[in-house]
Design a protein around this ligand. Structure first.
Ligand code: ZN
Length: 88
């Protein structure tokens, strides 16, 4: 599944998670997140974040958790029913 990067649309309402960018693994068919899974504040998808997505897209592999961590990302795994588990 592809990993998408999000950031707070309104940093003044952001929590610790979404004030920094965070990555979410989603199915292509899933709708983009509209709210932060932690605080529900508005978030937007980052298209050209730090080159993580494009770099790994070229390699046709998702970044590992340790690589995400090194790049300063949190990672959330979509467990369904709108629930997310933070893995990094
Ligand atoms: Zn938040």
């Amino acid at each position: 599944m592809p990993t998408y990067t999000y950031e707070a649309a309104d940093p003044s309402k952001a929590c610790k998670l979404c004030r920094e960018q965070f990555a979410v693994t989603q199915k292509m068919s899933d709708a983009p997140l509209e709210g932060c899974p932690e605080c529900g504040g508005p978030v937007r998808r980052v298209i050209t974040a730090v080159g993580v997505n494009t770099r790994y897209a070229k390699m046709n592999k998702a970044p590992s958790d340790s690589e995400l961590k090194r790049a300063g990302f949190h990672k959330l795994v979509n467990e369904g029913d709108g629930k997310f588990r933070k893995t990094v």
